[in-house]
Write a protein that binds this ligand. Structure first.
Ligand SMILES: C[S@@+](CC[C@H](N)C(=O)[O-])C[C@H]1O[C@@H](n2cnc3c(N)ncnc32)[C@H](O)[C@@H]1O
Length: 378
């Protein structure tokens, strides 16, 4: 696995790792889209102190490069993991700190250049381009990149629609660049939030654009809802990887005396969960919605129930290591006899993982595709 990213026009290289760093890591912290973008940005004639806005940097490769050039770097990210990876990679490479903003913060003004990794969600892209339109003009250099297969005509149309004239590069190592000249500043802003109704459970769930399954309720979440327990002894409940907070909300309703922690690594997920708990009249003294990498830094060890519909992607890569980290973290925070309730696709094999960790696992419900498992912290 490659950890050295050569810097164009110099003898030096950046050493980059994913976050959290794992033993025997097989996945790189940068890809061809990062390399292509850095190679192109190295040809820019911008001043030493130029203000560079970097959006959706994955593990900090772009931000580290820009910091190394001496630029004034503003990084916008929806992901706690990307933010943390950036902090660690800057430190490994002895680079100056940068300004980190979340996806919900207002973009800084007077930006000289923008480097944007095209996000997976087209709604997120719309939101980010529309934000960019208000801080860029025809003098701002705007460069975007993605894997070639992720750049569709509709993607380019979005750039044209929200910003201005757009062209693309040839593909290189299966990545492509997008160049845009921003000329459109007064386009009406779309509402970033999408409401999803779940009438069977009397829910209307708001979803900020980067939230998992923002357009319709995830089928696994829907299957999990009727199995969320309602028991008087449940005083502290964690919804781990809460997304829009659908499971947290049902847990709060079923257990009116319980305190609910809703945790996700996406800032937009955390904002959505908070909004949805408030919207459904859950007393704000009864819950806390927090952006974290799994339960890193979560100090409580008296949790009675953890609910988890784990992710099986990190950025664009399919992986089960986050699920494993979530299960390990759940075990650490559960009280004796505390329960972890997990839903997953059958083929993901969560049963084996949970058995290894907890010793015993019960099947609560299942259908052809999904299984709900319970593990008790004996
Ligand atoms: C399958 S979705 C489930 C969302 C929601 N609970 C539901 O059931 O619809 C998994 C969630 O885990 C979040 N996630 C991914 N990696 C994470 C991590 N390292 N720490 C915390 N949350 C994470 C994702 O942002 C996503 O919202």
């Amino acid at each position: 696995m490659k950890t050295l990213l050569p810097i164009p026009g110099s003898e030096s290289a950046l050493t980059l790792h994913r976050y959290p760093q794992r033993k025997n890591e097989t996945l790189q912290a940068f890809d061809a889209a990062d390399e292509y973008m850095i190679a192109h940005a190295s040809t820019w004639s911008v001043g030493k102190n130029a203000r560079i806005l970097i959006i959706n940097d994955q593990f900090g490769a772009l931000s580290c490069w820009a910091s190394q050039q001496g630029f004034d770097v503003f990084q916008v990210s929806d992901s706690v993991i990307s933010q943390q990876a950036t902090i660690e990679n800057l430190a490994h490479n002895d680079l100056a700190g940068i300004t980190q903003l979340t996806s919900l913060d207002t973009l800084p003004a007077d930006i000289d250049a923008v480097m944007l990794r095209v996000p997976k969600s087209s709604k997120m892209l719309t939101w980010q381009l529309q934000q960019l339109a208000s801080v860029t003009d025809a003098h701002t250099l705007v460069l975007a990149s993605a894997k070639a297969k992720e750049i569709h005509t509709s993607t380019l149309n979005q750039f044209e629609h929200w910003l201005g004239a757009t062209t693309t590069s040839l593909a290189k190592k299966k990545a492509r660049l997008i160049f845009t000249t921003p000329t459109k500043q007064l386009v009406p802003q779309p509402d970033p939030v999408n409401d999803v109704d779940v009438p069977e459970f009397s829910m209307r769930l708001a979803n900020w654009p980067n939230v998992f399954s923002a357009k319709k309720l995830d089928i696994a979440a829907y299957l999990m809802l009727p199995h969320i327990p309602s028991q008087a002894h449940l005083k502290r409940i964690v919804d781990l990887g809460c997304g829009n907070g659908v499971l947290a909300l049902q847990a709060a309703r079923n257990n009116p005396a319980a305190f609910i922690y809703a945790v996700d690594e996406s800032h937009m997920a955390v904002a959505s969960a908070k909004h949805n708990l408030n919207r459904h009249d859950i007393d704000s003294r009864r819950f806390l919605c927090e952006a974290r990498d799994c339960l890193t830094g979560f100090e409580h060890t008296d949790i009675d129930l953890v609910l988890c519909n784990p992710p099986f992607h990190q950025q664009q890569t399919i992986t089960d290591h986050i699920a494993w980290q979530m299960f390990c973290d759940a075990k650490r925070v559960l009280t004796t006899n505390g329960e972890l309730l997990v839903i997953g696709n059958r083929h993901l094999g969560y049963h084996t993982k949970l058995k290894r960790l907890f010793g015993h696992v019960t099947v609560v419900a299942s259908n052809k595709k999904f299984v709900i498992l319970k593990a008790v912290n004996a």
